[in-house]
Design a protein around this ligand. Structure first.
Ligand code: ZN
Length: 249
């Protein structure tokens, strides 16, 4: 019989699951504040309406659930057959009726939550593969989903901001983003800093770096390519204002 509570007993993992579910609830709240007609409006993402965002977040839950099922059964079930299939699915999803779109979000979120709930301790370390081809333990699916729901709640463009995102999530996002830059070498001469904290990332060894700094939510908003509000820049790359952040995903 299925458990009524999470089978995972690791306190760190339990905390992460809480953060993912909180993010899902937050996305649901912002979605519920939108009328059906408002779903047709633009999101913060180029070329995407809010419909695209909702479809993407719904199909993402299904894709992440496939990884959890993979961990549980040992049967390889990738997130998506290919990035083309994923993109096509989003375009299709964006054409669904408002009620179908809302159901897609709700049902896929519940399904993923149940998959997590029923995954026993021994399977959380099982390795699965992301759409980017990274091999990760099943526990990583929790963070993969967490960052999607929090960021895309902001992308709905109806009032959520990065200041609504919990600080631990923002911090981990900033590590992820600057880590991706570093892996690609696109952070040369660029540093990001949150004054009053020890958060400092990027090309920390540079002699005369361009430094982008501000409160944590503003720095993450900038680093994720979603605007320059609240950050300031100094150094050689800042002669024309705050530079655009290097590409993240
Ligand atoms: Zn996404």
């Amino acid at each position: 019989m299925a458990a009524r509570h999470d089978l995972a007993t690791d306190p760190g993992l339990q905390e992460e699951l809480l953060q993912a579910r909180r993010g899902t609830a937050f996305f649901a709240r912002k979605l519920n504040e939108l009328t059906d007609a408002e779903l047709d409006g633009g999101s913060l993402l180029p070329r995407w309406t809010r419909r695209h965002v909702v479809a993407h977040v719904g199909y993402n839950a299904r894709a992440v659930a496939r990884l959890v099922e993979w961990a549980a059964t040992g049967v390889e079930t990738p997130m998506y057959p290919s990035t083309e299939v994923r993109d096509h699915e989003i375009s299709f999803g964006a054409t669904l009726s408002p009620i179908a779109l809302r159901n897609l979000f709700d049902h896929s979120a519940v399904h993923l939550s149940v998959e997590w709930r029923d995954l026993p301790d021994r399977d959380w370390a099982s390795e699965v593969k992301t759409i980017q081809g990274r091999t990760v333990p099943a526990s990583e699916t929790v963070w993969m989903r967490t960052r999607e729901v929090w960021i895309h709640a902001v992308d709905l463009g109806n009032g959520a901001t990065f200041a609504d995102v919990p600080a631990p999530v923002l911090e981990r996002l900033l590590r992820d983003i600057t880590g991706a830059w570093h892996a690609r070498g696109t952070d040369a001469g660029l540093m990001v800093r949150v004054p009053g904290t020890d958060l400092e990332f990027g090309d920390t060894g540079a002699e005369d770096p361009t430094i982008v700094s501000g409160p944590l939510p503003a720095v993450v908003e900038w680093a994720s390519g979603r605007g320059t509000g609240g950050v300031t820049a100094s150094g050689p790359g800042a002669t024309c204002g705050v530079p655009a952040a290097p590409k993240w995903i």
